[in-house]
Design a protein around this ligand. Structure first.
Ligand code: WTA
Length: 677
């Protein structure tokens, strides 16, 4: 394991040769209106002031009962924040804004078909819809605080409405990315122990109205085989009153929401005051083993952290129109489309489809139509938009004051296009580095205080104290110019609480490596391992180089190589499978899949396709391999370990390096001829 991590860290280092960039400074105009301009914030959040500094974040929220203990470490490394506090997330995101802002748009929904009108849901309407749906969940489904429910919804306004209805009741939601397959959804239903699945009949993507309901049938069937019966499937309709899927409803199990809902019109449900440390949601993500893990996020700590970072990093004011292009099925959408922005009373945009359809101007047209002034997206989208329409942003009349990039490293050249063309030289950019596990931003500039540096995420957020270790556990000091494993020295309120149902894995994966004393109850002994390689420049800015573990970042989405490999191994002919990341101009990385066959099986037409389809069925199209290479044998060490490093080099048109120590060096040449021609 250690050997592999050293190799991958240095590989990541080689992959990125960006020269140090000049700083870009925010405009006086931006600073004049910014929420956070006080440089002393960094002093207030120094380690000496930890954890009390985070009181300021909790105070952005309304509490039923104020907490008595800011941080309880007695169950280290499962941290409890704001203990004794009682709070409701839906109340904080909806009800408390009604007094002053009930007529303000909370959610702008942008449908994909050009002819369909945008929907503008005010805070009052959101309040009504959340209450009615919460009533349905409670009284029709019998859901109560602490129950889990799986959502497999596309990007429609009903998704945040469903999440907030759950939050109102203290029901733990687990939203599965809409593009994931029914099988992937089933795994998450089983792991979370959900007996209710909430889905939608259909949604638009790239010009097609996709039948989404069929995934629910697969999900229920697969979950049933694993012993988890789903007794109710609630089906929202993309067009209320009209069922748009080809897949029929299953009697008794499936219920069209719009048929049941009228019974609850006018219902008002008191928000349930939840303990601050009660789980708000689960978000499954890929890690080093085959099984996705359910990151469990708290109510009070999480909401405080995303509210504060939305206010100070995203610079959201109630009068702004804020558009984060991510999918709500990922953590970015949970934290920075739904909970953070709504907690600070933003107008947040939910859009259906893809940025490049029907044309390269779609994003800028939406920005113009809604007068969006804060824009948030990922390098993969920026690269795609730059490629197909470099001049396109100029044709539209919009003005961003602020832009975000998230999810993967951004090349300085792409950064500059984002700055000059998309931002028209007017907008500040924040490069926010964080993870599903961390709930909110770890590193970023505070936009009115710190200058921007293309390609660097910036320093740790206030109260986030980074530390970079080498593989031997030595600290790499600021400016060392060497890459290492970036960790966070202290807990913070947004951090996940544990892996759902698997505390042992939580400890092992995130805390064991650099833990100073496994018996300790002191947070100082438990640095959090992020799994990324990074370098810290002399100015304290962090540049993230990529993952040190078996995670591939495709278009900013995390995929576990082990998940893809296990899917390939389900194909009867396949004996061994190995996945490696290949550089891709738009997506950042793509998976290349190598398989060898069991004795007695021959390569045949359609086999590669069969393997590729197996991966898409198990995970979703997003995991589709660039290419399935059927090889006679895998390059292996003498102890029989597959050398993924060698395959990775071949896939990326690089030299395989020294392979003389392998058990079967000859195979490398054979594979090279196949892959590199
Ligand atoms: C990567 C997404 C460079 C990183 C919020 C991390 C980034 C993984 C950045 C988490 C960034 C995220 N610069 N790399 N600004 N943001 N990453 O859990 O490798 O989907 O560990 O969370 O994405 O992906 P996840």
């Amino acid at each position: 394991m250690a050997e592999k991590e050293i190799v991958e860290t240095s590989e990541a280092q080689i992959a990125v040769h960006w020269q140090e960039e000049a700083y870009f400074h925010p405009s006086a105009r931006f600073i004049a209106q910014a929420n956070m301009t006080d440089e002393a914030i960094y002093d207030r959040f120094r380690l000496e002031n930890f954890p009390n500094c985070f009181k300021a974040y909790a105070d952005l929220l309304d509490w039923y009962e104020y907490w008595h203990t800011i941080l309880d470490t007695s169950d280290a490394p499962c941290w409890k924040w704001f203990v004794g506090g009682k709070i409701n997330a839906a109340y904080n995101c909806v009800d408390r804004h009604l007094a002053r802002h009930k007529n303000k748009t909370a959610i702008h929904f942008v449908p994909e078909p050009m002819g369909e009108k945008y929907e503008h849901i005010t805070y009052q309407t959101l309040y009504v819809r959340v209450n009615e749906f919460a009533a349905l969940l409670r009284d029709f489904c019998g859901l109560k605080a602490g129950d889990r429910v799986t959502l497999h919804l596309p990007m429609v306004a009903e998704l945040p409405i469903t999440m907030l209805a759950c939050a109102r009741l203290g029901v733990i939601h687990s939203q599965v990315f809409g593009g994931f397959s029914g099988q992937a959804c089933a795994d998450r239903i089983v792991d979370s122990g959900s007996r209710v699945l909430i889905t939608m009949d259909a949604y638009w993507r790239g010009g097609t109205l996709l039948d989404h309901k069929k995934n629910a049938d697969v999900a229920c069937e697969v979950a049933a085989k694993q012993g988890r019966a789903v007794d109710k499937v609630l089906v929202w309709q993309r067009y209320p009153g009209k069922y748009s899927a080809a897949t029929p409803l299953v009697p008794d199990r499936d219920h069209v929401v719009n048929d049941v809902l009228p019974k609850y019109y006018g219902a008002r449900i008191d928000p349930v005051p939840m303990p601050a440390e009660a789980p708000l949601f689960l978000m499954y993500t890929s890690g080093t083993t085959g099984k996705p893990k359910g990151c469990q996020h708290s109510t009070g700590g999480y909401l405080a952290y995303v509210a504060a970072t939305s206010k100070y990093v995203q610079d959201i004011h109630p009068e702004d129109v804020y558009w984060c292009m991510a999918d709500i099925g990922w953590i970015t959408g949970h934290s920075y489309i739904v909970y953070g922005p709504l907690a600070v009373c933003a107008s947040t945009v939910v859009y259906e489809g893809v940025p490049t359809f029907p044309d390269a101007g779609r994003s800028w047209r939406i920005a113009q139509d809604l007068d969006v002034n804060i824009f948030h997206t990922a390098p993969t989208a920026i690269r795609a938009l730059r490629k197909i329409g470099p001049e396109e942003p100029r044709k539209y009349n919009y003005h961003f004051k602020h832009m975000t990039t998230v999810g993967e490293p951004i090349e300085p050249e792409v950064w500059r296009w984002y700055y000059n063309e998309v931002g028209k030289g007017e907008a500040v950019i924040v490069d926010t580095w964080w993870q599903t596990e961390t709930g909110g931003f770890l590193c970023s500039t505070l936009p009115a205080i710190k200058p921007m540096k293309p390609g660097s995420a910036g320093p740790g957020m206030p109260g986030i104290h980074t530390i970079i270790y080498d593989d031997e556990g030595h600290v790499l000091p600021q400016g060392a110019g060497k890459a290492g494993n970036i960790c966070i020295q202290n807990p913070w309120p947004g951090a996940f609480q544990t892996i759902w149902g698997d505390r042992e894995r939580y400890v092992r994966q995130y805390y064991e490596r650099y833990c100073k004393d496994p018996q300790s109850k002191d947070w100082r002994d438990w640095p959090y391992l992020t799994g990324d390689a990074a370098v810290e420049a002399p100015d304290g800015y962090i540049r993230i180089l990529g993952r040190i573990d078996d995670v591939i970042n495709v278009s900013g989405h995390r995929l576990g190589t082990k998940e893809i490999e296990s899917a390939a191994l389900m194909v009867p002919e396949v004996a061994e499978a190995a996945v490696v990341p290949v550089a891709h101009e738009i997506k950042g990385k793509e998976p290349d899949l190598y398989v060898s066959l069991k004795p007695g099986f021959e390569v045949h037409d359609g086999l590669a396709r069969k393997v590729s389809d197996a991966v898409c069925d198990a995970i979703g199209k997003i995991a589709k391999p660039r290419k399935v290479w059927i090889v006679k044998d895998m390059p292996k060490t003498r102890s029989g370990k597959i050398m993924r490093r060698v395959l990775g080099a071949l896939s990326n048109n690089q030299d395989a390096g020294d392979v003389t120590t392998l058990a079967n060096p000859d195979i490398v040449d054979e594979i090279r001829r196949m892959v590199q021609g």
